[in-house]
Design a protein. Structure first.
Length: 221
């Protein structure tokens, strides 16, 4: 299969759909529907996102390819991964159910995190920079958390401040706004971010804003 056509199967929405199915402990139809709902919710924020109608059509396209002579030209390993994601059900049925669930959600109000809790895989999508900041929160290289966080931001300076540092601050702030209750924050995010707490996230925001203000002249203190 031409490389750029094969990318439809190995990247973007189809790949994420299989990731979700492989990552989640889907035991029944209700669980499957919830994971598709979370996937559609995450599509609103992710760079690989498609409009729901386009996403459903893409899933249908994959099903059509599997039923056609092009099946023999699918990227290596794709069918094996699809079979694992389908968890014992026929792959055509899995794809049909996924496309139908996405269409049902098209135009519907996507539930918030109070109605449908954020899954660990959603947290990994939503807060990648916070997760990657793990070393600077957990290290014993410095005597205080403030020194650790300052060193973490210094490690990004200057080349990554406009991209990673600002993203880290924004993600920490978003987590604080989404989960104002400390217990809910902890129970929701601790599986993906074991060290998470409102105090540490607040300190990341404060330290990051101070770094941007002092070294880049960006207001925020």
């Amino acid at each position: 299969m031409t490389t750029y056509i094969g990318a439809v199967f190995n990247n973007g929405f189809i790949s994420r759909l299989l990731d979700v199915s492989l990552d989640a402990d889907i035991l029944g139809d209700e669980d499957f529907e919830q994971e598709i709902t979370r996937l559609c919710r995450s599509m609103q924020r992710a760079s690989w996102a498609l409009p729901p109608a386009t996403a459903a059509a893409t899933v249908d396209l994959v099903a059509e390819v599997l039923a056609s002579s092009l099946r023999t030209r699918l990227p290596a390993g794709f069918e094996e991964r699809l079979t694992l994601a389908a968890r014992g059900r026929p792959v055509q049925e899995y794809l049909s159910d996924a496309a139908s669930a996405i269409r049902r959600l098209d135009g519907a109000a996507v539930p918030g995190y109070r109605e449908l809790a954020m899954a660990p895989w959603e947290a990994r999508l939503a807060f990648p920079e916070v997760i990657d900041f793990k070393y600077w929160v957990e290290t014993d290289e410095f005597e205080s958390l403030d020194e650790c966080l300052s060193a973490g931001f210094a490690s990004m300076h200057p080349g990554e401040c406009a991209s990673r540092a600002t993203a880290l601050i924004a993600q920490a702030q978003e987590a604080l706004l989404l989960f104002p209750d400390p217990d809910v924050l902890r129970s929701t995010l601790s599986q993906s971010i074991p060290w998470v707490s409102r105090n540490v996230l607040r300190e990341i925001v404060r330290t990051g804003n101070e770094h941007l203000a002092e070294l880049h002249g960006v207001p925020g203190r």
